[in-house]
Ligand binder design. Structure first.
Ligand code: MRU
Length: 348
């Protein structure tokens, strides 16, 4: 299942509409870079690697539609576009990492503007392919951590939908399943956007992996009952010391797991590492519209009192001390993480 596809006829980026799932499977065509910004902000496309690659396609779309004939003028225009796309969502660093990668290419380019247009589209294609290859590689490493019969708690959605294809933490689970291991997944519903209940459950159904959806606050109890063997989740930004920002609720899940002596793994491609920051304290945590929390309905009725207010942080930081290991395309890293991440980043 490809989440992001280039449509050559329409010269558009075709993405799966993640807000429509699981009620409806439909795709949306992003024709301009402004469409890309809108889709990222409104989470039509979501998940750190997926928004990174969509952002790179956004740069290609901006170049394609640019009327500039002078190379320097086009470069200046693309620099402005990069700020808009890169700032569409603040926490997942994959977005800025891939935008900066694209900007570095633009900066060193010296040729005709039409060539730059072609090259930026090819670069986006290459980044999309690399994402799939990376996910397959890290999933193989991660699958070795899973035993036959494991019962796994998974948070948010980290599957094909959150990437270009295959997935990260869910990719690991999928790989273990494809290797013939019997697995049961407890799917955190992931309030307030329900990425677990809507998207992860939908993906697990496609793959034929048995699961139960649980409320986000259930995992501690399941662990105390001896029903959980491992915890896997993804990452939106990883500091050099191994602190992991991921979907809100990951921290509490890790706390409960450590208290119950259950291993916790965060799975991510190296493009999710922010080499500029040494600790999770430096990570900007996105705050989203309180309506995402307040608009919950029972039947058709809003349940909160009128005038109720809400605080809606979209991510939290799991400190490195709660993480058993970090699964990357370079293998599984164990604490202390700094030197290992540093070596990988230097060699990339
Ligand atoms: O707000 P979202 O749905 O974009 O958040 C996604 C997550 O937190 C994922 O766990 C993370 O991006 C890793 S996806 C491979």
């Amino acid at each position: 299942m490809r989440t992001i596809v280039w449509n050559e006829n329409q010269k558009s980026v075709e993405i799966i509409d993640q807000n429509a799932l699981p009620l409806e499977y439909k795709t949306v065509n992003l024709l301009t870079y402004q469409d890309v910004v809108f889709a990222i902000q409104h989470m039509t496309v979501r998940g750190a690697p997926a928004i990174g690659v969509t952002g790179a396609y956004g740069m290609a779309l901006a170049a394609l539609h640019s009327s500039k004939t002078d190379l320097d003028a086009m470069k200046a225009e693309l620099y402005e576009v990069a700020q808009e796309i890169g700032n569409a969502r603040p926490t997942a660093v994959n977005l800025w990492n891939l935008i900066n990668h694209t900007l570095a290419y633009i900066n060193q380019f010296d040729g005709y503007v039409d060539e730059l247009k072609d090259h930026l589209l090819n670069l986006a294609h290459r980044l999309a392919e690399e994402d799939v290859e990376t996910n397959l590689r890290l999933s193989k490493f991660g699958a070795e951590l899973i035993n036959d019969g494991d019962r796994i708690v998974h948070h948010c959605n980290t599957g094909a939908l959150a990437t270009v294809d295959y997935g990260t933490a869910l990719g690991v689970i999928r790989m273990a399943h494809e290797q013939g291991k019997k697995i049961h997944v407890y799917v955190d519903e992931t309030r307030p956007r329900l990425q677990g209940a809507r998207l992860t459950a939908w993906e697990l159904k496609q793959y034929g992996i048995p699961y139960d959806i649980i409320t986000d606050s259930s995992s501690g109890h399941l662990m105390q009952m001896g029903l959980v063997d491992k915890v896997f989740f993804g990452a939106d930004r990883v500091a050099m010391n191994g602190d992991v920002a991921n979907k809100i609720g990951s921290y509490m899940l890790a706390l409960a797991a450590v208290d119950n002596k259950i291993p916790v793994y965060s799975v991510f491609p190296v493009s999710t590492v922010d080499a500029k920051i040494s600790s999770g304290k430096e990570i900007e945590i996105e705050q989203r519209d309180p309506r995402e929390v307040l608009d919950i309905t029972l039947g058709k009725e809003i349940v909160v009192p009128s005038g109720a207010t809400a605080v809606n942080y979209a991510f939290d930081v799991t400190p490195n001390r709660l993480l058993t290991g970090l699964v990357t395309e370079h293998g599984v890293l164990y604490p202390p993480f700094f030197e290992k991440l540093d070596k990988i980043i230097r060699e990339e």
